[in-house]
Design a protein around this ligand. Structure first.
Ligand SMILES: C[S@@+](CC[C@H](N)C(=O)[O-])C[C@H]1O[C@@H](n2cnc3c(N)ncnc32)[C@H](O)[C@@H]1O
Length: 280
C-alpha cells in the first residue's frame, strides 16, 4: 500500500468525514441516544467488542480511531480505577469526545489527535487496545499494527471490529450495503478502500503477523438508522458532500427503508468481523 496516501486520508477525516461524525455523534456512536430513544447506529457492536476485549478494573486501554469517544467512555467505565485513552487523526472528533466526557462526568478518559499508525505510544503502556471500526483506514496496515503491538504489554489484548461483506443469507445486509452506498459517503475514496481493507480474514491475519492467538469471528449486529424512514433517509443523504438533496432521492430512499421500519426505529442488521489477538 502507498504510505504517501496517509496525509490525504488524514485531511479527509479532518474535513467533511470528521465533521459529519462530530455533528451526528449520537447516531454514530453514543451508547444510547436518549433524545431519540433508540440505540445509536453502531451501538450493536459494543457487546461483542467489549465482551472480547474483557477490559478489567485497573486496565489501561487505548481506543484507536476513537471518533467522538463513545467506546473510549465505555472502556473508561469498565477500566476504572484504570483509564482509557482515545486517539483519532481527525481534530473535530477528539474535541467532541472531550465535551461529551465532561458532560458525562467521566474523569479517567482522555483523548489525543494523532495518527495511530506512527504515534509513539508508550512501549508496553496498555493492557488492551480496542477499536470500533477505526483500524481499517491505515495506508500501511502492517506498519500500523506493528506500532500498536508495541503499545501493548506482553500478554496484552487487541480487540476490534471491522465491516464484513454481507453474506448471501443476509437480505438486510445486502439492502444496507445498497442503501449506504459508500459513493455517497463523506469521503468516497477512503470509504471504499476502508471497506475492502480488512474485509478478507486473510488480510487481517497478514496485518497481525506480529500477534499471537489471532481470531476472526463473524458477528451480525442490529443497527438503528433513524426514528422513522424520513429521519433515516435524511441522515443517509446528509452524508453526501455538499448537501444537495434531490427530492427524488429522498423519496426513493424512504421507500427502500420502509421494510426496516419497526416500532423502535429503522433497524437493519449489519455484518462485521470481530478480531482478537494477543501480544506475545
Ligand atoms: C468509522 S470511524 C469510527 C469512529 C469510532 N470508533 C466509532 O465507532 O464511532 C473511523 C475513525 O478512525 C479515524 N482514523 C482514521 N485513520 C486514522 C489513523 N491513522 N489514526 C487515528 N485515527 C484514524 C477517523 O478519523 C474516524 O474517526
Amino acid at each position: 500500500m502507498n504510505v504517501a496516501a496517509e496525509p490525504r486520508r488524514a485531511e479527509a477525516w479532518n474535513g467533511p468525514a470528521g465533521a459529519h461524525r462530530a455533528g451526528h455523534q449520537d447516531r454514530y456512536g453514543a451508547m444510547r441516544c436518549d433524545a431519540l430513544r433508540y440505540d445509536a447506529m453502531p451501538a450493536g457492536v459494543n457487546d461483542a467488542l467489549f465482551g472480547a476485549a474483557a477490559v478489567a478494573p485497573g486496565d489501561r486501554v487505548l481506543d484507536v480511531g476513537c471518533g467522538a469517544g463513545a467506546t473510549t467512555r465505555i472502556a473508561a467505565r469498565l477500566a476504572a480505577p484504570g483509564y482509557a485513552v482515545g486517539v483519532d487523526v481527525s481534530a473535530p472528533l477528539p474535541a467532541r469526545a472531550r465535551a461529551s466526557t465532561a458532560v458525562e462526568g467521566i474523569a479517567n478518559a482522555t483523548y489525543e489527535c494523532a495518527d495511530a499508525r506512527v504515534r509513539a505510544f508508550p512501549a508496553g503502556g496498555y493492557d488492551v487496545v480496542v477499536s470500533r471500526g477505526g483500524v481499517r483506514f491505515f495506508a500501511d496496515r502492517a506498519a500500523a499494527f506493528r506500532n500498536l503491538v508495541r503499545a501493548l504489554r506482553p500478554g496484552g489484548r487487541l480487540a476490534f471490529v471491522c465491516p464484513r461483506p454481507p453474506g448471501p443469507e443476509s437480505e438486510q445486509g445486502r439492502a444496507l450495503a445498497r442503501l449506504v452506498d459508500e459513493r455517497t459517503g463523506p469521503d468516497p475514496v477512503a470509504a471504499r478502500t476502508a471497506m475492502a481493507s480488512l474485509s478478507d480474514p486473510a488480510r487481517v491475519r497478514e496485518a497481525l503477523a506480529g500477534y499471537e492467538e489471532v481470531t476472526v469471528v463473524p458477528v451480525t449486529v442490529e443497527t438503528v438508522w433513524g426514528r422513522d424512514v424520513r429521519d433515516a433517509a435524511e441522515f443517509l443523504l446528509s452524508r453526501v458532500p455538499g448537501g444537495a438533496l434531490p427530492a427524488s432521492r429522498l423519496a426513493g430512499l424512504e421507500e427502500a427503508l420502509r421494510p426496516f421500519h419497526t416500532g423502535t426505529g429503522v433497524r437493519m442488521r449489519a455484518d462485521v468481523w470481530l478480531v482478537t489477538a494477543i501480544r506475545p
